[in-house]
Design a protein around this ligand. Structure first.
Ligand code: PEP
Ligand code: MG
Length: 578
């Protein structure tokens, strides 16, 4: 039966393929594809974990005191029976062999299949056995932990690992940014999540992968079943489940059109980004990993305006990279940029990018908590490790250093003092380091309002509009329930952006936008009209924005942008001709 789900369009294009559903409640387990030669080991690993649990349950049963309630013994028997049921073990093995899922993924996928069967049973006693099955799966998962295959520990997902000739589309309740990263360069042709906002970090990584994605498609992970045929319309934010042949044909036609449009845009790669009135516009890339530098160069970026360094720290089971490892990563990015400037943003963990090591389980307002520079200043020795690694990499090519989420003058002073201390430490060691320009992200309204203070201390500023919108409007950027209120064109947001651009220009300092607004073609003319000359975005968006730049005339856009700024309804004004 065909049905459609509506969510938020986060990454453009059309994907058609079969669903790979990640069980909703256990998204924290590792999901990755294994290599064909790893299949026997993975099967053995799954078997060992099952055997260990069987052994554990048997021992518990044997050691039950004579006066233990009879129900307890019966319950252990039920658990043993469920564990030894062939449906579970065969299913797990099948996912490993046929789809090359890692053992944990195979286990939770099979749990989901069997759990659905339990849900459909009429007998309430049998229906309740689902909870027992879940407990067994949790036990097996505990045994699997600590014996993951090495590929998982390196967070590697091999491209083309799946045997299936079908295109695959990943469906999950939610995916952490670390999970998304693991799926980067994997076999998936599209992503769907049930929760999430347009500028959540999961959406950002999906966009950087340049494959169609829809987030906030409520209950998608429950309504879509393994292997369902899906169409993901990343432009409209729509998912079609079990589409008719006529629908498939229409969307295949649209897919071809998208491909043709891309080919056309590719011709702009070597064209200079000049407006019609001759203004040179800097187009920079946002990257998450050193290897992304290649796609930045490939897209024709003038440099990297935002390297989100926190992705080096995530998904590592709490093992933070040491100075040498970080240095190697930054060096790889410097080399990858082949002489173009690389802006490394210091670690921005917290909010929707938690670090496993973080300690406290429940943080009431994570976006307002110990995030970004606050965390770095609370862990100064860790922060200096990162600063030293960046300074060392800067001796190999042009590097800029940028700090996230600053709001206070004392944070500026503390940060600059730590940079100085890191330099001195390198000097004492006799280790070479390079000169770096220092910049601040303006992403808290307080920073935008006192941007002059920031401009006194820093060489450049970059507007983090994703957070600036979130904090100005008090809208959680990752929450699909309030996504309709997350408005980049809110007059208060526009005024803050305009003020920051004007203040930086008045002081002759460079200012960029590195939030998602910079890669949104419907915003390009407005930002140019407000005086912005530097945009940083996902490499995949670069040529679309260049096309907007080539069509723009800033002499006409400047007075029009001032009208948008004072309009009661900036959105309507934006669509009025400039
Ligand atoms: C921003 O907030 O706009 C930004 C670029 O940083 P991040 O999205 O990583 O929070
Ligand atoms: Mg931010």
């Amino acid at each position: 039966m065909t049905f459609s789900l509506h969510g938020l369009a986060v990454a453009r294009g059309i994907a058609i393929g079969r669903a790979v559903v990640i069980a909703g409640s256990r998204t924290e387990v590792r999901h990755y594809f294994i290599q064909p030669e790893q299949v026997p080991d993975e099967l053995a690993r799954a078997q060992r974990a099952r055997d260990a649990v069987a052994h554990e349950l048997q021992r518990l049963s044997d050691e039950l005191p004579a006066d233990a309630p009879a129900e307890l013994a019966a319950l252990l028997d039920v658990h043993l029976m469920l564990l030894q049921d062939e449906v579970l073990s065969h299913g797990i093995d099948q996912w490993i062999v046929e789809r090359r899922y890692n053992a944990e993924w195979a286990l939770v996928t099979q749990l989901e299949q069997v759990a659905r069967q339990f849900d459909e049973m009429d007998d309430p006693y049998l229906r309740e056995r689902k909870a027992d099955l879940e407990q067994i799966v949790d036990r097996i998962l505990r045994h699997m932990r600590g014996q993951a295959c090495p590929a998982a520990l390196q967070g590697r997902t091999s491209a083309g690992a799946s045997d299936s000739s079908d295109t695959l589309i990943l469906v999950a309740q939610d995916l952490s940014p670390a999970d998304m990263l693991q799926f980067k360069r994997s076999v998936f042709a599209g992503f769907i999540t049930s929760v999430g906002g347009k500028t959540s970090h999961t959406a950002i990584v999906a966009r950087s992968m340049d494959i169609p994605a829809v987030v906030g498609a409520r209950q998608a992970h429950q309504l879509i079943r393994q292997d369902d045929w899906l169409i993901v319309d990343g432009d409209a934010g729509i998912v079609l489940v079990d589409p008719s042949p006529a629908m498939l044909e229409e969307y295949r036609f649209r897919q071809r059109q998208v491909a043709l449009e891309r080919e056309r845009l590719a011709r702009l790669r070597h064209a200079p980004a000049l407006t019609m009135d001759g203004q040179n516009i800097e187009l920079l890339a946002n990257i998450e990993q050193p290897t992304d530098a290649a796609s930045a160069v490939q897209a024709g970026a003038d440099g990297v305006g935002l390297f989100r360094s926190e992705f080096l720290f995530m998904g590592r089971d709490g093992q933070l990279p040491d100075e040498q490892e970080q240095y190697q990563a930054y060096l790889a990015a410097v080399e990858g940029m082949q002489g173009r400037p690389l802006t490394i943003r210091t670690i921005d963990i917290g909010a929707d990018k938690p670090l496993e090591r973080h300690g406290r389980d429940v943080i009431l307002n994570p976006a307002l908590g110990l995030r970004a520079i606050r965390w770095s200043l609370a862990e100064p020795s860790m922060f200096r490790v990162q600063l030293r690694a960046v300074l060392r990499a800067a001796s190999h090519g042009p590097v800029k250093l940028m700090f996230p989420m600053m709001a206070h003058r004392h944070e500026i002073l503390q940060t600059l003092a730590l940079v100085e201390q890191a330099r001195q430490e390198l000097q004492q060691r006799g280790q070479p380091y390079g000169a770096v320009q220092l910049g601040a992200m303006i992403e808290v309204p307080a920073a935008a309002l006192m941007v002059d203070v920031f401009l006194q201390y820093f060489d450049f500023v970059s507007l983090g509009t994703n957070d600036l919108i979130q904090y100005t409007l008090a809208i959680d950027r990752a929450d699909e329930e309030v996504a309709h209120l997350y408005d980049p064109l809110h007059p208060a947001v526009l005024q803050l952006i305009a003020q920051v651009i004007a203040a930086a220009q008045a002081r002759g300092k460079s200012v960029s936008v590195c939030g998602e607004m910079a890669g949104d073609p419907s915003m390009t003319r407005l930002l140019l009209g407000l005086g912005l000359r530097s945009f940083s975005m996902h490499p995949a968006q670069l040529l679309t924005i260049k096309q907007e730049v080539l069509r723009a005339d800033t002499r006409k856009l400047a007075p029009w942008a001032q009208q948008v700024l004072v309009a009661n309804d900036p959105e309507a004004q934006l669509h009025a001709s400039s």
